[in-house]
Structure formats: C-alpha cells, structure tokens
Write a protein that binds this ligand. Sequence first.
Ligand SMILES: [Fe+2]
Length: 551
Amino acid sequence: MLRDKAVQIEKGDGRLNILGINCFSHDTSACLLKDGEVVAFAEEERFNREKHTKSFPDGAIEFCLKAGGIDIGDVDYVGFPFRPGLDFYRGFLHFLKYFPGSYKRFALQGLIDLNLVGKVSYFKRKYGYKNKVVFVGHHESHAASAFFASPFSKAAILSIDRGGDFLSTLLAFGEGTGLRVLRTIPNPHSLGEVYSAVTAYLGFKPNSDEGKVMGLAPYGRDTYLEDFRKLIRFEESGAFEVDLDFFPHHLVGRWFSDKFVRKFGEPREPESEIDARHEDIAAAVQKITEETALSLANDLYEMTKSKNLCIAGGVGLNSVMNARLLKETPFEEIFIQPAANDAGTALGCALYICHVLLGNERNYRMEQVCYGPEFSNREIEEALRRRNISFERLENPARRGAELLVKGKIVGWFQGKMEVGPRALGNRSILADPRFPGMKDILNHKVKHREGFRPFAPSVLEEDAEEYFGDYYPSPFMLLVLLFKKDKRSVVPAVTHVDGTGRVQTVSRKVNSLYWRLIAEFKKITGLPVILNTSFNVRGQPIVRSPEDAL
Ligand SMILES: [Fe+2]
C-alpha cells in the first residue's frame, strides 16, 4: 500500500525522514532515520531520569528532531511499533478459554488499546504532525531492528520478549529489503514472562532486574533444573507452551501462583539475604531459557539454512544465552541489536517502514551505539563551575585516564555522544583497573550501591581479545558472555565472574578511538589490554546523559 506512493531515496539526498516512537511500553524511546541511516536515537529515561520509564518520550523526540536539524513538518513518516487492537483480537480465543479468570486481563487490554490510540492523538496534537502515521507489528519491529541494522544481506531472525501484539516470540527470515515471518508463538506462552516472573519471585524488580538473575545464576546448582524443564513444554510444531498453573500472569496481577510457591518455597523478600535456594532457582530459570532458545534457534536454522543469526527482543539482552546460541547451533555469525529491549522497537519500526514498506535499498549498518546527546567543553566547564569543582584541560586524557586507573583510582569517563541501549560502552562509563581483586566489592558497595554478587564487565582491545577468551567472537555491544582462558582469570579478577566468564566488550579503534586509546595507554603501562567498564549510574538510576547528571 505504502509502496505505491513510496518516497524513494538516494543516499544522503535529504528526502526521507522517518521518526520511530516507542511509547507503548516501558523503555520508551525515539529514533530518527534520515535517508535510511540512524542520525539520533535515545531512551526517554535519560531525559526524565526515571529508569525504564513508560512516559511519553517527549525528551527523546525533541532531541531527535534537534539532532537531525529538522522540524516536525520535515518528518515524512512516523512509525509506532505496535498495532492497536491486535492484542485484543489475537487474545480473544485465549480470553474465552480462560473465562471467567481472564475477564480482568481482557478488560484491561481494551483500556490499554484506548490509551495507545490516545497517545497517538497526543503526539499529533502536541507536535502538530500532519504527515503519515504507520503502525508496525511489535515483533516485526524487533525483528527489523536486528536484521536491517545487521551487516547481513540474508539472515535468520529471532525475536523473543515478554510479549507484544499478543506474541511472545517470532521467527523470521530477512533477505535484502524483505522480512518473512516463519513462526510465531502467542502469549501467554512467553519465555520473557517466565524469566520476569522468577525475577519477581527472587525479590528483584521484573522488567528491570533480569540481568541480576542472570548474574546470580552461575552461583547456583542444578537442583531445580528438572522441575523447571517441566514448566516449558515443546510441541511437535516447534512452538512451546508454558505451564500456566505456575505462571498466571495472563490472568492479571500475579507473576507466579500458589502452586509455584508450594513447589519451590516462599518468594524472597526484596533486600533480604540471598541463600543457596535462590541461587539454584536463578540457575534453573537461566538454563531453561538457554535450552528453549537453543531449540528455537535450531528450528530456525532448519527452516532458513542461513549461517547468520540476528537477535532482538528483551530476552536478547541475555548475553549468556546469546553466547550459547552462537556456540551450540549451526549459526556461524551473530548480530544482537544493542537496544534489544523495547527501546529498540523505535529503531525497528522506522527501518521496517524504510525498507519493507517503502522498498528502499539498505545503506546502513549499526557499528556503534552513540546516537544520543553530546555536550561541548564549554557546557561541561560551566557545569563544573556551577558545582565549584576544580578542573583542568588535558592534552592527553587517554594517558592521564590510564595513569589514574593504574593508581587504583575509579574514573568517571564521560565523552561524546551518549549510548543508546542498556550498556555503557565507553562514553558514559565508570572505569577501574581489573587487576585489583577488591575492586568489585568497592564498586558494588561504595560506588554503585548494588548487590555484591553482581559481576563487572571487561572492555578489551579488539586486536587482543582472542588471547583472553576461548571460543572468541567479537562482542562490540557487550552482549556475549565468553569464558576467559584459564590462565587469564587470575590476571583480571575484578571482571572474572564466579564461573570464569566475562560479559566482554571488544573495543575497536575505528568505532571509539578515544576509548580505544585509553585502553591502549593502560596496556602500555601494565601490559594488559583490559579495563573494567560499568555504566555511569548508581543503582536504580538511568545512565547519566548530561554533565550535570554525571556530577
Ligand atoms: Fe518487546
């Protein structure tokens, strides 16, 4: 339909502006695509300072328009990664099957749809937008965000999350500018839902703290693995079903049932002691997530015979799972879209409009994530003066940074454009020397005020990374957990997790030259091309955006 009136583009001819807006779930965001390339992309949480915010992304939209140097009247298409009414329509049979228990959920869905339509009206009214609005499916948006940002001309695509448009999972094949859906798995049968439920059960915040469960899992044993394996059943068709007697989220209000509690014990109170049972349950949910994803990926390979795999959806942030998908399936190459969670659907729906609906050729690869706001030296100096903080201008910040790290100092590293996605990759990072065994505890307790079991990630020079990891594969977005070689673990104790792994970021000189130079200077002094990198924030807060946030 759109193809008939398509705005065809030549690279850089300034004719096509597409604004993607995720305003329908948590991690709201906006992304501006100009002639098929991302020019601005940011999450609203960085502007309103509310982690995983659901608020309408006004800050992100205004930033995108400003960064793109355009007015709202220059935007040709606005994409939303959700189709109002589809959840209601697809969920109707489910509603009948579980009636009367499902009435609340169904009624709530009606309200949600109304609210969504209201948000679109709000947007049009507030910004005076008069051009085209396109609703793209939620999982199609996730899938497009992974494939069209990848370096692959053809690839299998796996989108897994809690749910959107009443689907939890979508398997697809991308080729050129096309995207073909191969299989969908409907809610409430959702791997993301199960993981979030166990996150809540373990006393953490669902939709937010899933990474904590992943970090806790390696401490656990396989005590509950067989029990958990029974909670997710595979069918002949290759789809899976969740045992809803244990996970009643589809009936609103409760993540896990009394039956779950009878089987696995009382849920952990938030902030209470973590014991072996909690660790074992974390291990079990992590393992079944990996096993389910492996089964889906193997099926996807059989259907596509592609060597390339693209991943998105919130579960795609599970970097332990991702590494197993690469290692234990026939896929040889992998691309995980760094804003794999719902923030990335703003990117995905814009790319979907550009390529699938308008048929424009691809001219973009996502090689870095720094698409957010940046600040001039003058703005930074003004912020420092306002706080009466002394400062000096450095000739060689990479050298000075490395010297401070070697002295055992913790360095707040703020430079250039802010990253999009949940990982700080060297522009809004807190850095430390990974050789000090006590550094992990100092950072967890005194700097970030977070749980002691949580590991820190290594940033490694791309050129040297293979020396440090077995089964090495480049991980520019910190979305693969790899096993350190045995002889390296004791060298970098602060970034080696209890199971000998590290959630590595490989740093390329081409992509982030200043950050690369910092690690290279650290290597000159210590012989070690590895530093500790954690996001520039404290527990419960979003990553910093501005100098004011950082101070
Ligand atoms: Fe999603």
